[in-house]
Structures are given as structure tokens and as C-alpha cells.
Ligand binder design. Structure first.
Ligand SMILES: Nc1ncnc2c1ncn2[C@@H]1O[C@H](COP(=O)(O)OP(=O)(O)OP(=O)(O)O)[C@@H](O)[C@H]1O
Length: 324
């Protein structure tokens, strides 16, 4: 599975810009990026739903994405995938299995997706999370070699999500490649062997979650002061060396620093005695924010082509509770 210098332009918007990346069999790969970074476009190219601009190519299993899909080598869960109305879950899943060149028995697919209990329900009467499980069942209706998942667990509750990822681990263990776009960074951290970070249509980072965290470089510093800092002290705290973010909540202080040794040294230099001092590496979520903030600062706010959204934390459950 290989993208070679693949770009995609929609009118004046360059959604993807010269992507070159190769996915290996059996890898579980997370595709991360702020809103509008080009994730869905990347997946659409991989599925043959769109073609790259002239000069770039996308190849799957030695052929075109379209041919690979026709051959049943690719299964997909797409954000926009509508489900056929007026049929029951069992009927739809059976249809998916029968259409797949290497389809599995429907009862097995229903069980794996956790749908056996609601197999006789009409598809148009399902909750959002249940409908998502049906999409997952359709994506795994046969022996595909690549699974492409666009925000696959959106709307699922915690238990369904765990079932979903357990099934995906089984798929990867069976040698399948799983590529998923997500805004749940915890999932990417837990599940993916490899993380690709897209930003404004370009590949910003490619590595394991640990490598991405190391690439961000920064560390978290957290401590508590004896009292709520006054204005002067607050200014002094914000001026400590190495800081990229500061968050003050009463006497509790959280910082992100690219030079934690210098920050902590200078902190003591202010004559403070911080309690519960913690210096820790970034989680994948904070590393992601650091990398995309940094790229944003380098590009400048005007660098985005028209139509590109800036990162919108509201769309990302993981980011809602993002802290420094
Ligand atoms: N059919 C289209 N016509 C015009 N612009 C488009 C079209 N599809 C996508 N875009 C633009 O291309 C850019 C990349 O969009 P894409 O959907 O690939 O991003 P994404 O990373 O999947 O975003 P999100 O996280 O919001 O789903 C965005 O600026 C988007 O507005």
C-alpha cells in the first residue's frame, strides 16, 4: 500500500500535498490531524473514491485502489456511510457477506460486531453507536487485507469501543493492515503501532506513539503553590524560561516546557517552594498539540489554503479535556 507524491486539490483548496508513505502488512496505523488536515481525503484516495492529482499515485496490492476494492481486498468504515433503510441488521450483514468475494458466515460477523442481540432490529431504528457497529460488521464481512476506518468509534459507548478495538487487534494479528483516522488520541496511543500526523495536507510526523512524543520534545511540569499567586508572581511564572504553555488555576500550576531543567531551576530562583512537583513526558494528545501548534506558528496563520479549518477542539473529545 503506497502513496507516492500524492496530492489532491479541490478547486483552490490543496487538501493533500505530496504525500509519500508506505504501509506494511499487519500494521495498525492511526492517522491524526486537526480538522481539515486531509485525513478523509487520504482515506478516499486509498479507497479509490477520489483520484490523486496528476503526477501522484496510490497503489494497493500491486494494482489500483478501485481494483483492490472490487477484488474484496479492502474493507471500510466511512463517516458518511449511509445504511440501507427498511432492512433488518441480519439481512444487511448477510447481504454484505454475500457480496464479498471472500465473505464470512453472517452469524460470525454479527457476533464479532456485537450485533447478535439486535440482529432482528430494523437498521433505521438503531442508535448512532449501534449503526456504527453495523458499519463495522459490513467492513469485516469478508477476508479483506486492508481495513480503512474513518473515525470508526464515533458515537460508540465505552464497552462497544473496547469490543471494537479487540476485534481490530484480532484482524491485525491475522496479518491485516488497519488504517484508521481518529480524533480520540488515547485510542491512537493504545492501539496503533504507527502514527501518521497530517497538518494542512502535509505529513508532519510518522513514527510510533513513543517517537511522536519524543519528537514533540516538550515536557509537562505541574505543582502546587502555598497560596494563590498575586499579579506580580503570576507574571514571573509566565516568564520562566522554556515555557510554551502555562495554565494557572488557583494555587495549582501546569506548564509545558521545552527546557524543564531551566524552568524548574528558575522556579526555585523565584524563592518558591512548589509542592507535589511533577515533571513528565507528554501524552500523545499533548505531543500532537505541540507539533501542530509548532507547525502552525512556522507556517503563520495565513498559510492555510482557503477552506482549511484551524484546529477545532470542540470536534475532538480527547481535546476537550486537553490540559497543559
Ligand atoms: N469535495 C470537496 N470540495 C472542496 N473542498 C473539500 C472537499 N472535500 C474536502 N475539502 C477540503 O479539503 C480539506 C481537507 O479535508 P478532509 O475532509 O480531507 O480533512 P479531515 O482531516 O478529514 O478533516 P476532519 O477532521 O474535519 O474530518 C479541507 O479544507 C476541506 O474543507
Amino acid at each position: 500500500m503506497e502513496f507516492t507524491d500524492a496530492s489532491k486539490t479541490y478547486g483552490s483548496v490543496r487538501a493533500l500535498s505530496g504525500l509519500s508513505v508506505r504501509l506494511e502488512a499487519g500494521e495498525t496505523v492511526a492517522l491524526l490531524g486537526p480538522n481539515g488536515a486531509g485525513k478523509s481525503t487520504t482515506l478516499d484516495l486509498l479507497l479509490g473514491l477520489r483520484t490523486p492529482d496528476p503526477g501522484g499515485t496510490v497503489r494497493l496490492f500491486g494494482t489500483t485502489p478501485r481494483q483492490a476494492v472490487t477484488d474484496g481486498r479492502v474493507g471500510a468504515v466511512l463517516q458518511s456511510g449511509g445504511l440501507m433503510e427498511g432492512v433488518r441488521v441480519r439481512e444487511l450483514v448477510a447481504l454484505g457477506c454475500s457480496l464479498h468475494p471472500r465473505g464470512y458466515p453472517p452469524e460470525q460477523v454479527l457476533a464479532t460486531a456485537g450485533l447478535t442481540e439486535i440482529a432482528d432490529r430494523r437498521v433505521d431504528k438503531l442508535s448512532g453507536g449501534q449503526a456504527q457497529r453495523v458499519r463495522f460488521a459490513l467492513a469485516t464481512a469478508g477476508a479483506s487485507d486492508l481495513l480503512v476506518l474513518d473515525e470508526p468509534t464515533t458515537g460508540m459507548d465505552v464497552a462497544s469501543r473496547q469490543t471494537f478495538w479487540a476485534a481490530m487487534r484480532d484482524q491485525a494479528a491475522a496479518g491485516r493492515t488497519v488504517l484508521f483516522a481518529t480524533h480520540y488520541l488515547e485510542e491512537a496511543d493504545e492501539v496503533a503501532d504507527r502514527v501518521l500526523v497530517l497538518h494542512r495536507g502535509q505529513l508532519l510526523a510518522d513514527g510510533s506513539a513513543a517517537e511522536i512524543k519524543a519528537m514533540a520534545g516538550a515536557r509537562r511540569i505541574a505543582f502546587t503553590l502555598d497560596a494563590v499567586p498575586d499579579g506580580r508572581l503570576e507574571t514571573a511564572l509566565r516568564g520562566l524560561p522554556g515555557l510554551t504553555r502555562v495554565q494557572l488555576a488557583g494555587s495549582s500550576v501546569r506548564m509545558r516546557s521545552e527546557d524543564p531543567d531551566a524552568t524548574v531551576h528558575a522556579l526555585y530562583g523565584l524563592g518558591l517552594y512548589p509542592r507535589d512537583l511533577e515533571v513528565a513526558g507528554l501524552g500523545l494528545e499533548q505531543a500532537f498539540l505541540t507539533l501542530t501548534d509548532r507547525a502552525e506558528a512556522q507556517d503563520g496563520p495565513d498559510a492555510a489554503p482557503s477552506g482549511h479549518a484551524r484546529p477545532a477542539p470542540s470536534a475532538r473529545p480527547a481535546h476537550e479535556k486537553a490540559n497543559v
